[in-house]
Write a protein that binds this ligand. Structure first.
Ligand SMILES: [Zn+2]
Length: 213
C-alpha cells in the first residue's frame, strides 16, 4: 500500500544569511531525516511533526548540511553551465546564462567598492575578492582573508548587500559567530538585524533563480 505523503518546501536559515530551501516530504514515519541529493536538500518528516521542530532539527545539523551542499556545489562547478530546457519551478524565473553573466559583472564593479568603504572602518585589509554564483551562501571569508560574495547580492537592497559585506569583513577579526563577532558587526552597521531578516524572508527566492546546471 502506498504511504500517505504530503510535499512542500521550507526555507531554513542554517547560518546568518544562509537560507536553504528544503523539499519537505511528510509520510507515515517516526523520525526526522535529512537527505542531500542532486535535486537539493530534502527533509523527511512524520505526518504530524511541527514545522518548528523540523527547523530546530535541521539547524542542529546545519554544519553537516552545509558541508554536504558545498561538496555538491564543488562537483558542479567545473562543468560549463548548460542552458536547461526544463521549465523553472512554479513562480521562479531562472536566470539565463547572459543575465547571470551581467549580474556577475555588476557585482564585480559594485562589491569591491563596498568592501573598500567598510574595510578601513574595521581596520582590516582583505586579500582577494571573488564573485561567485552560489546556491547556498551569500558570502564567505577564508583564514587568509580572501572574500567570496554571491553575485545575486546585487539584486538585494543596497543596505542588505552592505550587511553581507560587513559580516564577511568582521570574520577577518572573529572567525566565528560569537557575541564579540556581532558586537563588531553592529558597531559599524547598526541596522544589521533588519537586513538579515530581509535575507531570511527573500533570500531563497533569489537563490532559486540560479540555474542548477
Ligand atoms: Zn558568518
Amino acid at each position: 500500500m502506498a504511504e500517505r505523503t504530503k510535499a512542500g518546501t521550507l526555507p531554513i536559515e542554517l547560518a546568518p544569511g544562509k537560507v536553504v530551501e528544503f523539499t519537505v516530504v511528510r509520510s507515515n514515519r517516526k523520525t526526522l531525516g535529512i537527505e542531500i541529493g542532486k535535486n537539493g536538500p530534502k527533509l523527511r518528516l512524520p505526518l504530524r511533526a511541527s514545522e518548528r521542530s523540523a527547523v530546530q532539527f535541521v539547524q542542529k545539523h546545519a554544519s553537516w548540511v552545509l558541508s554536504h551542499l558545498e561538496k555538491l556545489e564543488k562537483l558542479k562547478e567545473p562543468e560549463q553551465p548548460q542552458h536547461r530546457q526544463s521549465s523553472p519551478e512554479a513562480g521562479q524565473r531562472e536566470l539565463t546564462p547572459e543575465a547571470l553573466e551581467s549580474l556577475k559583472q555588476r557585482a564585480r564593479e559594485l562589491i569591491p567598492d563596498r568592501v573598500a568603504y567598510y574595510a578601513p572602518k574595521l581596520g582590516v585589509r582583505p586579500a582577494r575578492i571573488t564573485i561567485k554564483a552560489q546556491h547556498t551562501r551569500w558570502g564567505s571569508c577564508s583564514k587568509a582573508g580572501n572574500l567570496n560574495f554571491n553575485c545575486l547580492l546585487v539584486l538585494t537592497p543596497p543596505e542588505v548587500l552592505d550587511s553581507v559585506v560587513v559580516h564577511e569583513l568582521c570574520h577577518m577579526l572573529e572567525m566565528n559567530h560569537s557575541k564579540r563577532f556581532y558586537a563588531r558587526v553592529h558597531g559599524v552597521f547598526p541596522q544589521y538585524k533588519q537586513c538579515r531578516k530581509w535575507l531570511v524572508d527573500n533570500g531563497s527566492r533569489l537563490l532559486a533563480m540560479l540555474p542548477l546546471n
